[in-house]
Design a protein around this ligand. Structure first.
Ligand code: CO
Length: 339
């Protein structure tokens, strides 16, 4: 079976000192630990945000040889890499965000250049400025990216924002696949313990994005050609679709601007399969259909699928044809891959 992982992240090994360049004390950078390795023997680094430790990472993030060796060991044929949302710089002035987008987009292609048949990249765009975001999306696709990853909100602006919808229409017009990743999670003050920002906030963010896109009339307005995929199985969306549908049917103010009930739009978007549980995957299959699900791991992070592909390969209620659709065929079509 071919296996294409559409949700994996990278960091370049180094990049210019953004604080020295632009000022401000909250820029991301990597603190490398010379001579220190993790339990698997790989070099370690700490992802820093200003002077704050943000997340420990290891060399799979920047070293394509390490990534390819782990893909070989776990039977992953292709991987699509994308930035980690901390690199988006949506809150910065547009010149700075555009600089970061081009810097990290070009760096992603350098990593992929180690094996252009197996590694592909999605680009980031400065989504706080729609003209600049559209231009960078088009530029990135010309330089070899296979899609664009966006954060699921820009400050207070959700997926029903006029600018965001304009950007999505641009992507639809140019056949640019879009992957929506949750970030900058809600209720930060109340979720600061136990990684609840990731286990509670992120799934809620993804649900909020899909709901705002539907009820904001986004799917009525943006062309059907748009290929859009939400991360982490769409978060809590599928489980709570019944609640949303019930609200739409029985409470006028819950309908927003959507011409149809929420369940009408399920054939307008895709979800990845990073849900870590067979019952959750089965629910996604029942709600979305196997043709709308793309295999994704969130590699190489601790909250990703540690044995890449195991969830789908060992799913008890799926045929091998259905598994092949989710593991590779859907991704090949979604990202227009020729592998
Ligand atoms: Co991710």
């Amino acid at each position: 079976m071919q296996v294409i992982d559409i949700h994996s992240h990278f960091f370049p090994k180094t990049w210019p000192d953004l604080e020295a360049k632009f000022g401000g004390g909250d820029w991301p950078w990597l603190k490398h630990f010379a001579n220190e390795t993790n339990e698997q023997g790989y070099s370690k680094a700490m992802l820093m945000k200003g002077q704050q430790a943000f997340r420990p990472i290891y060399s799979a993030c920047w070293d394509a040889e390490v990534r390819l060796a782990q893909m070989d060991a776990q039977g992953v044929d292709q991987q699509i890499i994308s930035a980690t949302p901390i690199l988006f710089a949506y809150e910065k002035p547009i010149e700075q965000a555009l600089y970061c987008a081009q810097l990290f987009n070009d760096a992603a292609l350098e990593i992929c250049a180690k094996d252009n048949k197996r590694l592909f990249a999605m680009a980031q765009v400065p989504l706080q400025d729609i003209d600049a975001a559209c231009k960078e999306a088009s530029r990135a696709m010309k330089t070899g990216h296979v899609g664009i990853q966006i954060g699921n909100h820009v400050g207070e602006k959700n997926m029903d924002d006029e600018g965001v919808l304009t950007f999505l229409q641009h992507c639809a017009d140019e056949d640019i696949p879009v992957f929506v990743h949750p970030w900058d999670m809600m209720a930060a003050d109340r979720t600061k313990n136990y990684m609840m920002g990731w286990t509670v906030g992120m799934p809620a963010e993804s649900q909020l994005s899909i709901v705002s896109m539907i009820l904001g009339g986004g799917f009525d307005r943006v062309s059907k050609q748009l290929k859009i995929c939400f991360a982490h199985g769409g978060g809590s969306f599928a489980f709570l679709l019944g609640r949303l549908e019930n609200a739409w049917l029985h409470r006028d103010i819950a309908r927003g601007h959507s011409a149809h009930p929420p369940s009408y739009y399920l054939d307008r978007f895709y979800l990845d399969t990073a849900v870590f549980d067979h019952d959750a995957l089965h629910l996604l299959v029942q709600k979305m259909g196997t043709e709308r699900l793309l295999f994704g791991t969130d590699y190489p992070f601790p909250l990703g699928e540690q044995e890449m592909g195991k969830l789908i390969k060992t799913a008890p209620r799926l045929t091998s044809e259905e598994k092949q659709l989710m593991l590779a065929d859907n991704a090949r079509q979604f990202f227009n891959l020729s592998v």
